[in-house]
Structures are given as structure tokens and as C-alpha cells.
Design a protein around this ligand. Sequence first.
Ligand code: ADP
Length: 517
Amino acid sequence: MNTTRRIGLILLLIFLLPALFFSAYEITTLNRDEATIKEIYEKQLEAILFSANQYSDDILNSWISKIEKGIEIDSNEEAVKEVKNLMLLNESIINIFKYDTLSKKLEWFSKNIPDDSVELAGAYPIVENSKPIIKQLIEFEKSGFQKVEALRLNTVEDYVALMFKPKKRPEEAQIIGIVVNPAFFIEDILGPKLQQIAQDKFAISAGRVDVGRVVYATYDSSYQAQVQEIMIKDLWLLPNYYLGIGTKGTSIETIISERTTTNLYLILSLDLILILGVVLVFRNVKKEVQLAQNKSEFISNVSHEIRTPLALISMFAETLEMGRVPSEEKKNEYYSIISKETQRLTNIVNKILNFSQMDASKKELNFKPMSLTELVNEVLNTYEFHLQQQGFTLISHTDEEVAINGDKESIMEVVINLIDNAIKYSENDKQIEVAISQSQGFALLSVKDSGVGIPKNIQKQIFEKFYRAPTGDLAKKQGTGLGLALVKQIVDLHRGKIEVKSDEGKGSTFIIHLPVS
Ligand code: ADP
């Protein structure tokens, strides 16, 4: 397995897989969490309604103990006074009666409300008819447990008689009934408590079951549309009444599902960031690995490139030194080989030096307005003889005057590198075409050959440092892999761009775009 693949696999195993497993786990548990939260919330709401019911019971118990205290007093007058006091203080108590189960006599403590007295007259038959309930109350009391039973009195206001057997005076078969106006009870007694429980967080309401009407609500009823009732429970004390609780505005379902969606998005975006990060790291690592490979190839390439001219120079110099050269003509030929090879060495060394300076941003460019046309023609003139000698046809379209703002020396380097490559990578069809033009604020310089061409898959890489085509005809040619990297660096510094159009076997065209001055 090559290094890049190995690193890719490591990244996948260390970062991506655990993260993806974790996300999958989190996403599957999100729904479960949602159900748990909902359950906890509902329990809380239930507890709130429970406490409201408990409070009503406490109130009733306090009334009962006051009444018991009253009737304990022997003097009938005093007892009545005590009970009447209770009635006076609590508007929701309409009246209180005493029912003797033996004599079947119903006696009112009387609050003296004339309208009510008519209605309350109808209470007698109802109480009379509730023998089983009364029997139960007595029995419960006997076994030490005081039960309260609510009896609806069928009045317009839906009065309820809260009946119990007093603990005191057990010898008397007496039942006490507190007649309560449920609406008043809810509003005056339970209301403040509901407000206190609800605060800003909940919306609690109490209503009448048979007519489906809200009697009291802790919120402004004009906002009712915004209140989502989640739970409804019986009001223990008053048979025909319920307590409802909900949230103001958004319902808990919405809150939970919003939370789930947010979590889902968070997990997914986290994964996306992680995947992007891993891809980015992988690409960088791949680049670095490639660079390291290119570098090591570069060393062997350069050594090879240097060794050939060095061997030639040393061989011809030795022959000359030994005086074994037969003719003056041969001597001159050897001198010219030595000089040519020395030039080749110098070129290689210069290229490397130039590249390293440019790469370390140490090279200072001297930007000046200059004629690109003039510069290119100058280079072509120097090359003309060389090209002719090697059997190349040079076609040039370099008449249009195009001016740029640039560093003359490095732009010259660009042109030379491109022409050198065109020569190097041409085989039988030896034709080079150089053209200059101007379009949309850019000077265009193109160098076209009919050589071996560049495979599509490596066209992007050829501009990388030290990169050389790894296989095929291209790899047979000698080179350092620095030429195009240097060209690109120079073009970039001139705020230009370079592109290549190439078909394998048909040739390549390198086009340089530089801003005109
Ligand atoms: P070198 O030529 O020293 O190898 P360069 O940086 O100049 O390095 O070029 C990089 C690679 O691009 C070359 O190895 C070659 O494969 C390819 N290349 C460059 N110019 C041409 C061209 N004109 N025709 C075909 N291939 C080219």
C-alpha cells in the first residue's frame, strides 16, 4: 500500500469512522430522549395539578375542623355563631346544613340569602335520597377515617354539598354538608393558588365539564388561542369540574421537536465539517507526500543531468590534455563540445538557483513597463539558428505591439522555458508556433508545439514543483521538473495565469495571460 493510501486509511479509522458511529448512535437516541423528556414533563404537569387538588383538600379540611370546633361547643347558640362566622368569611360557602340520619331532619345554619333559600329547599330530597353515601360516610368515620363526599344539588349554579361525618360527637348520627358555589370556590380560593403555581411558565385553567366552559384561567383568555392544553385532570372536590394545564405559546411537543431538529442539524453539520476537515487534511498530506516523492526523484534527475555533461567535459578535456587529438579541426570540435556542455551545466545550475530564490521569495522583481513583443522577438532571434539546426520550423505571429508591466529578466525566463520544453518534447513533427495578442486587458503569449502532448490526468500536476511525467515518452526526456513551476511562479507574481491545452500525441499549447500595462 502506498503512503498516501495508508494515511487516508488512518484518517478514516481515527477520525471519520468513530465520528460517524457516534453520530449514528446520537441520532438513534434522539427520539428516545425526546420520549423521556416528554414523559418527565408530563409527570411534572401531573404533579402541579396534584398540588392544586391537594390545596383544595387542605382548605376543605380547615373548614371541617372549624365546623367541628364550632359544634363541639355545648351551647347551641355559640356553635351556630362559629359556623356562621365561617360562612361569612367565605363567599363560596353558600350554606351549611346538619342532617340527622335518625330523625331525617335537615337543619340549615342559614346564611340568610333569600334567593338561595328557595333553591336550597330542593336540596332536601337529594340528601334524603343519598342514603348509601351517608351510610358509607358513617362507616368510614367509625373505622377512623373521615371521608368527604360531594353531592351535586342540581341547582342553576351547580351547587355542591360537601358532606362529612364530624369526628366529634360520634354518638350523634349527624352528617354535615357544606354547600359550595363551585365557580366562587375556584375563583376565590383556588385561583390565587393556581396563579402562584402557574407563574409565567404554565397556563392553568379550571372549567365545568357538562357545559364545557372555562370558569377560571391563570392567563388572559384573549390569548387562549396560544395556550396548548396538554393535560386535564378531575378536580377532586367538585365532581363536575376539571383542571387543565398547558404551556403558553409554543407547546412542549414543538419545543422538543425543535430541539431534536436543532440537535440533528448540529450533528450533521459537525459531521460535514469533520468530513471536510479530513478531506482537506488528506489532500494536504497527499500533496506533501507527492512533493516529497517529486523531490527525491528530482535529486536523481539532476544528478543524472549533471553527470552526462560532466562526463563529456572530463573526457574531452583529458583527450586534449594528453595531446592525442589528430587535427586542429577535431581540437576545435572538442572545445566546442566542452563549451556547449559547460553551458548546459550552467543552465541547469541557473535554473535551480533561480527556482530556489523564487521559491523562497528572495528574488526581487523589477517591474517596469516593457514591450512583450520586443522581448519575445529578441528571444526568438537568439533561438532561430538553434531551432533551424535542430530541424524545427518556427512560425511566429509576433507583430502586434503589446505592452506589459513586468520584470524583463523573469519574463524572458518564462519564454525560454516554454520554447525549451517545446523543443524537448517534440519528436518527428518539429514545428513551433509562437504568438502574441491582446484581449480584454490581458496580453496573451502562446507557445505551441506538435510534440508528444500531455495526458489529461497529469495536466494540472505539471506546474507543481519537481513534477515530471512519471511514464511514457515524456519520462524518457531529461529534465529537472522545475521549469514549469518556475514559469508559474513568475506568472503568478505578475498577477497573470497560465493554461495548457494538450492532446496526447498531437502536441501542446501553453498560453500565458498577463495584465497589459
Ligand atoms: P522538465 O521539463 O524539466 O521535466 P518542466 O517543469 O518544464 O520540467 O515540465 C514538467 C513536465 O511537464 C515535464 O516533465 C513534461 O512531462 C511536461 N511538459 C512540459 N512541457 C511540455 C511540452 N511542451 N510538451 C509535453 N509535455 C510537456
